[in-house]
Write a protein that binds this ligand. Structure first.
Ligand code: GDP
Ligand code: IMO
Ligand code: MG
Length: 451
């Protein structure tokens, strides 16, 4: 079998710059596939000098030779997708109908999924901090075999209505029990609206398997654009503070319908510092005014390191605009990701930003080990909920920072301290750094072909 698949996945808690590297990889690709999650993702790509935030359509859509697939393992909010297609058309990408394919097996997010997502969060003692996009509740319906798939939007309206009626029975009971009657939408109205929506999607919905099989048969490059990330994986992440899919490499292959034998390389993406949006453990998180009601966010007197990183990195959610929690690079997680996700190469984005952070803070730090339960450990522990202890990071410190000129095109041209940072991460993670991001565009990428 031809090895023609490049998998791009997040190694931390999302927002590592996967959209950028996946779209850079798509430059010479035939297929680009989103395999897991839905519009909880927010992937930024730069197109004609403008930032485009994509939630469902793969970033490879900016290259005219690509066919972009929203795979069977995804959950799709059709209204969001219609909006996104209209936005892309307004940016001048007009041939979307012929280049975007949506698996008929992808599951549909309905308004009741979003209300249920809110309800679950409200009832929890410790909310996850979900994106409230109805992702987990849609996947739960899928697991309970009451999910509605993109194919179902093409059914005669009465048949769709029957399915919606069955799916909503218990959900509407829950709404009644929790003072949410206003969220109970009439089933036939819903069926009519989503059946009409199905008409709009007719050109896109199909069986994507033959398209994928053909690309493998002819050894054409396929890029899997991972969404979310390793530590958000429902089986391998910080359960319960996770998303509801498997964004690790194996999960993305399953969500796309790709065989592992076709994988050529796996690129793990991280930033030169770390961020997390939503709740859950974050060992290298730095103090920030997020926990003080944001009133000190831009205080000129004594800015906190977490705030400095957030402001210099513009760390506000692409999907929800929430301020992200920020901290230093955690290479222990990379070491764990190397094995769980089978990472061949790292892409480290925001090396430019880390240099500025270093100049402002006076140092940059890399976590190379943890102290946990009285011992030094080198992999992320999985019993944090049980012990109630967040691993304590051991840091390698580099004094000062650096400035990176946009004209810098090779690794050798990077400032000495920036190269020292890369070497430390490589040594601690055990993964070669092949791609280095020094700005938001696809061109702001240094590629080391000799690693
Ligand atoms: P994704 O969800 O992994 O695709 O990442 P997001 O798009 O949510 O967040 C990454 C942010 O970092 C976006 O605003 C990108 O434009 C920006 N970005 C990506 N790589 C770099 C880089 O190397 N330097 C700088 N300064 N910004 C970057
Ligand atoms: P991209 O692809 C960052 C987080 C949410 C929350 C948890 C569960 O842009 O990297 P969910 O709505 O999925 O049930 O929320 O997962 N989360 C993300 N955080 N980037 C993402 O996607 C995320 N997708 C989900 O913040 O903590
Ligand atoms: Mg994002």
């Amino acid at each position: 079998m031809h090895k023609c698949v490049t998998v791009v996945i997040g190694t931390k808690w999302g927002d590592e710059g996967k959209g950028k590297i996946a779209s850079a990889e798509a430059k010479d690709a035939k297929l680009v596939i989103r395999a897991t999650g839905g519009n909880n993702a927010g992937h930024t790509v730069v197109y004609n000098g403008k930032k485009l935030a994509l939630h469902l359509v793969p970033g490879g859509i900016v290259y005219p030779q690509t066919t972009c697939i929203i795979g069977p393992g995804t959950v799709v909010d059709p209204l969001v997708l219609l909006d996104e297609i209209a936005t892309l058309e307004s940016y001048g990408i007009t041939d979307i109908k012929s280049r975007l394919k949506i698996s008929g097996r992808a599951h549909v997010i309905f308004p009741y999924h979003k209300h249920l997502d809110e309800l679950h969060e409200r009832l929890k003692e410790k909310p996850v901090g979900t994106t409230k996009r109805g992702i987990g509740t849609c996947y739960a319906d899928k697991d309970n075999r009451i999910g509605i798939r993109m194919y179902d939007l093409l059914l005669p309206q009465e048949k769709l209505e029957k399915k919606i009626a069955e799916a909503t029975k218990l959900h509407y009971e829950a709404f009644r029990a929790h003072d949410m009657e206003k969220n109970i939408m009439d089933v036939s109205t819903l069926a009519k609206a989503y059946h009409t929506c199905g008409e709009d999607f007719k050109p896109f919905i199909c069986d994507v398997d033959p398209i994928i099989a053909n690309a493998i048969e002819y050894n054409q490059k396929i890029v899997v654009e991972g969404a979310q990330a390793f530590r958000l994986d429902i089986d391998h992440g910080d359960y319960p503070m996770v998303t509801s899919s498997n964004p690790v490499t194996a999960g993305t292959l399953c969500g796309a319908g790709l065989p592992p034998q076709a994988v050529k390389e796996v690129i793990g993406v991280c930033k030169a510092y770390d961020s997390r949006v939503g709740n859950g453990p974050f060992p290298t998180e730095q103090e920030s005014s997020l926990y003080m009601g944001m009133e000190n966010a831009n205080s000129p007197i004594s800015p906190l390191v977490g705030d400095i990183i957030r402001e210099l990195g513009h760390e506000y959610g692409t999907t929800t605009c929430r301020p992200r929690r920020c901290g230093w690079m955690d290479a222990v997680i990379l070491r764990s990701a190397k094995y769980t996700c089978g990472i061949d190469y790292l892409c480290i984005n925001h090396l430019d930003t880390l240099g500025e952070i270093g100049l402002k803070v006076g140092k940059v730090m890399v976590c190379t080990d943890y102290i946990y339960q009285g011992r030094v450990i080198g992999l992320f522990p999985d019993d944090i909920e049980l012990t109630g202890e967040i691993p304590y990071p051991c840091y390698h410190i580099i004094s000062g920072g650096w400035k990176i000129d946009k004209s810098c095109k090779t690794y050798n041209e990077l400032p000495v301290k920036a190269k020292e940072f890369i070497r430390i991460v490589e040594k601690a993670s055990g993964i070669p750094v092949k791609y280095i991001g020094i700005g938001p565009s696809n061109e702001d990428l240094i590629i080391r072909n000799n690693v």
